[in-house]
Design a protein around this ligand. Structure first.
Ligand code: G6P
Length: 607
């Protein structure tokens, strides 16, 4: 969702602006643009479509030391050249890029129109350029600060001015921005991925903070309290993790990386000697763990599905009542927040607006909220009272895969930790640890079946609809399987509890409605098997994910993908992998842009 880059330095900043935007492509976008200063004038180029299209439309000889760039994900106004960013003021003296939504833009726009400002787009963002123009009196910083007083809604904003070409200003209120501190150059971007190739030293702006950057200085301010000192953080991961490493797509790489990424998530977190785990980032003493009466999870999308499984584990094995809620619903229903409830926000990106909103609601009501996220230094990580990083490495494909299994790993480790502080015996703890240790090789066994899964994808690709059914721990997996398929293949897919079949979806069943059953050998196996028979009797094609050696399922199903036998608790780590691969191969066969599916964004920074 909208990517921002900005540069001020002593040499040509165009390579950073373009490379940086490319590093942000994964966030999702529909148009791209740049502005820069040349001979004391602002030049702007912007195009609907890819960064590649933009590159073909800009002069080959740009050499500028002050530039801003943007990839847009349309909110107000369709994707078009005019609606693309940057947006400039009436006199082409300043140019802005914006991520977020100016909620009161129509009132502000009406006023600015009345005052004679000329608009060229349908966006909310353009008002920012005109508002700053209106407030400008030979001091860009004062004009920006004055303008901010009028704005409602979230924004990450970078401003370039031909009248003060030695600086750019970056403002954050609700949409992420990171500063990069270089040698004779300062950078700004929506996330660290854009900065990593240029500098390892970064400063995360918080909400209601802004920065004035020049080629060799930066000053940071709080909207209300004036100048502030910020700490410099280090980017600690390797750039090579952001490459495809020989895979065709990031999604393929990330699926196949799971045996390794899950290992990284668990590394150093298992204490065999005491048959438990340790999660240092939580900063919780055993006495605090003991006081927890309930656990609530808030999350969106794939992270929500991981949370649903975590909630089932904790309630079943540790007997703590758990609740799991869509973050966007939680934040607006005036929830009861209690001091003896542990709140977890789960997010790969750490920037999902609705999840942040839910965390803020918990905090306003006096609760403590802990984060489970992948991106270090992200908003959720910084807003959390404590938390656990996934350490899964950068996830670039929009459809989440390795982050999901790493989220499950953290939740299982937490279940072990809190379980051992209560009722869970050392022998059960040790059995779980053996399962943790077997996860990577079990995943390898599933990945090795890629040709078989490709052949199922050949059959699956011809359908317009798909039903995914599972029960218990595999109900969220059914939801996740359906989500993966619809995200990247655009085939309509629904996930249901298999037991709900007869309460509605059964009416959809015919030869054109294939059904994927997630039916490993577990407590509910026989019940799901009955559902399978009901479906088969209605002429549907039936695909199954089942446990190795299950011949009964083989007799009923058109195709089966087998997963290795494991303890019931650990099966979701395995059943999800074939569903990820199936979605991936169907999307490839249909020629879809797997890593960047239409309309979707990796980092959903608006409501
Ligand atoms: C978007 C992405 C999904 C992701 C969801 C939650 O919808 O396309 O893949 O699951 O956001 O993102 P988060 O970063 O909070 O896990």
């Amino acid at each position: 969702m909208c990517g921002i880059t900005g540069y001020i330095g002593k040499t040509n900043g165009l390579p950073f602006i373009i490379q940086g935007l490319k590093r942000l492509e994964y966030r999702g976008y529909d148009s791209a643009g740049i502005s820069y200063i040349e001979n004391s004038k602002i030049k702007t180029y912007k195009k609907k479509g890819t960064i590649h299209i933009l590159e073909k439309n800009i002069p080959g000889n740009i050499n500028s030391t002050a530039l801003i760039g943007h990839t847009r994900w349309a909110t107000h106004g369709e994707p078009s050249d005019n609606n693309s960013h940057p947006h400039n003021d009436c006199n082409n003296n300043l140019s802005i890029v914006h991520n977020g939504v100016i909620e009161n833009y129509s009132i502000l726009k009406a006023k600015l129109l009345e005052e004679g400002h000329k608009f060229t787009s349908d966006t909310d963002s353009e008002i920012l350029a005109h508002l700053i123009e209106k407030c400008y009196d030979n001091d860009l910083l004062s004009a920006v600060r004055e303008s901010l007083r009028y704005l409602e809604g979230p924004y990450g904003l970078v401003i370039l001015s031909a009248k003060e070409p030695d600086k750019i200003i970056a403002v954050r209120n609700g949409s992420p921005l990171v500063l990069g501190i270089g040698e004779d150059a300062m950078y700004v971007a929506s996330d660290v991925n854009a900065l990593a190739a240029y500098t390892r030293n970064v400063i995360y702006l918080e909400d209601r903070e802004l920065a004035v950057l020049t080629a060799n200085s930066y000053r940071t301010y709080h909207f209300e309290s004036g100048e502030i000192q910020k700490t410099i953080d280090k980017i600690d991961w390797d750039l090579v993790e952001m490459e495809k490493k020989g895979f065709k797509d990031f999604m393929e790489k990330e699926i196949f990386e799971q045996p390794e990424s899950i290992g990284k998530t668990m590394k150093g977190r298992i204490l065999k000697e005491f048959a438990t785990s340790k999660l240092d980032g939580l900063n919780m003493r055993t006495s605090e763990l003991e006081q927890i009466k309930e656990i609530h999870f808030v999350a969106c999308g794939t992270s929500l599905h991981a949370a649903m499984i975590g909630a089932m584990w904790l309630e079943n094995y540790v007997r703590i009542p758990c609740r799991c809620e869509i973050a966007s619903e939680f934040r607006y229903r005036n929830p009861v927040v209690r001091a003896d409830t542990l709140y977890f926000a789960i997010s790969q990106s750490g920037e999902t607006k609705d999840t942040i909103g839910a965390m803020q609601e918990i905090k306003i009501k006096g609760g403590k909220v802990y984060g489970i996220c992948n991106v270090a230094g992200s908003t959720i990580a910084r807003l959390s009272d404590g938390g656990v990083y996934l350490h899964a490495g950068p996830e670039i494909a929009v459809a989440s895969t390795k982050a999901f299994t790493s989220q499950l790993a953290v939740l299982a480790l937490f279940t072990l930790l809190i379980g051992r502080s209560r009722n869970l015996s050392p022998s059960v703890g040790m059995q779980w640890i053996s399962e943790f240790e077997a996860l990577s090789s079990n995943m390898d066994k599933i990945l090795a079946q890629m040709d078989h899964i490709k052949s199922i994808a050949q059959k699956a690709k011809n359908y317009k609809n798909f039903l995914f059914l599972g029960r218990g721990l595999h109900y969220p997996i059914a939801l996740e399987g359906a989500l993966k398929l619809k995200e990247i293949t655009y085939i309509h897919a629904e996930g249901y509890s298999a037991a709900e079949l007869k309460h509605g979806p059964i009416s959809l069943l015919d030869k054109d409605m294939p059904v994927m059953f997630i039916i490993p050998k577990d407590e509910l196996y026989d019940k799901v098997f009955s559902n399978l028979q009901e479906v088969k009797a209605r002429t549907c094609k039936v695909f199954c994910i089942a446990t190795e050696g299950d011949t009964r399922v083989k007799e009923m199903a058109d195709d089966v993908i087998y997963i290795p036998e494991s303890r019931e608790m650990f099966t979701p780590f395995l059943t999800v992998v074939p569903l990820q691969l199936l979605a991936y191969y169907v999307a490839k066969l249909l020629g879809k842009p797997v890593d960047q599916p239409r309309h979707l964004a990796k980092s959903v920074t608006v409501e």
